[in-house]
Unconditional design. Structure first.
Ligand SMILES: [Fe+2]
Ligand SMILES: [Fe+2]
Length: 316
């Protein structure tokens, strides 16, 4: 079982009938985020204006062919599938982000923003590549994932997406990028992923760092195209419902493939996470609804930079 308090895998002393679930520990981490932040990195701060922060496209090539354990996160089925379920929404979601922004590329007259958009496309494309390889590894472990991916992509992108205006699709993209930046900050600043398998941890931390690097791009595109508040609000509402609905569905799809004992043990953790913790994540995200909100209000670029520097991939 996972011991998030120490950031190490640990055997928990669980008395008969006592619920010491992982979700409770996840909850503890969410609640105590301020207490669990790592020491500030001792490196030179990046002294540049927000618009000049570099967005670097990196080709990582994680060795997924080597495989990773079936329960790769804290030896927990629940926590593993919680993150596998989140991974499921990424590749098709990132293609949606690119399509949504591309619709408005011709309306962008600021050369710097256009350059940031191109770098954003590059980063999201690389995220897809790596996550799709992780899917192959999951299939090799015996998980059936195709039916979920087909259902998700048909519903989200073949049936719902065409019913939304291009502006709404852009607004949804900007809101989802806000959530990915929140997740990125969380995993980079806490010990949450310490008990994950090293390769999956590196995948998620690299992705997290790049989500922070490009976190303001889609918001700036939306502001350039249509800065009206109700447009931002509507996108946030749809994005929030869609994200947690499809994330939850992906997690359940995988948990259903575990044996009866594991499913039973994970049920309470699943319910607790999605009905108690997910609302807290949304609450964290409500900052997005401030009238004068901008992603750069939270200056956490240093968090991304320090991680990328640590793995020797700051430049590319
Ligand atoms: Fe991404
Ligand atoms: Fe992103």
């Amino acid at each position: 079982m996972l011991c998030l308090a120490t950031g190490r895998a640990c055997k928990m002393q669980q008395k008969e009938g006592e619920m010491v679930g992982l979700a409770a520990q996840v909850q503890e981490v969410w609640r105590g985020r301020g207490n669990r932040r790592r020491e500030a990195p001792a490196i030179t701060p990046l002294e540049v204006a927000p618009g000049e922060r570099p967005i670097v496209v990196r080709r990582m090539g994680f060795p997924f062919k080597q495989g990773f354990p079936r329960w790769w996160f804290g030896e927990s089925a629940f926590l593993t599938h919680l993150l596998n379920g989140l991974n499921f929404v990424f590749p098709a979601g990132e293609r949606f982000f690119i399509r949504s922004v591309r619709e408005f590329e011709g309306q962008l007259h600021d050369e710097e923003l256009r350059a940031r958009v191109r770098a954003f496309f590059g980063q999201e494309s690389q995220h897809q590549v790596e996550h799709l390889h992780a899917f192959e590894a999951l299939e090799k472990q015996g998980f059936e994932i195709k039916s979920f991916l087909v259902w998700y992509q048909n519903l989200a992108y073949k049936r719902l997406e065409p019913r939304l205006s291009p502006l709404m699709r852009l607004s949804i993209t900007a809101a989802l990028e806000h959530f990915t930046a929140i997740f990125g900050d969380f995993v980079l600043s806490s010990d949450f992923l310490d008990t994950a398998h090293p390769m999956m941890r590196e995948l998620l931390l690299w992705h997290a760092a790049e989500e922070i690097e490009h976190k303001s791009v889609t918001f700036d595109v939306l502001q350039a195209v249509d800065p009206r508040y109700h447009v931002r609000l509507a996108g946030f509402l749809v994005a929030t419902v869609g994200l947690f609905f499809f994330w939850s569905a992906g997690t359940l799809h995988l948990l259903r493939q575990e044996d009866a004992t594991t499913r039973k043990g994970s049920r309470a953790e699943y319910l607790n996470f999605f009905f108690r913790e997910a609302p807290r994540i949304v609450f964290d995200g409500l900052d997005y609804l401030r009238l004068n909100f901008h992603p750069d209000d939270e200056d956490n670029y240093e968090l991304a930079r320090s991680y990328l520097e640590k793995i020797g991939r700051l430049a590319a």
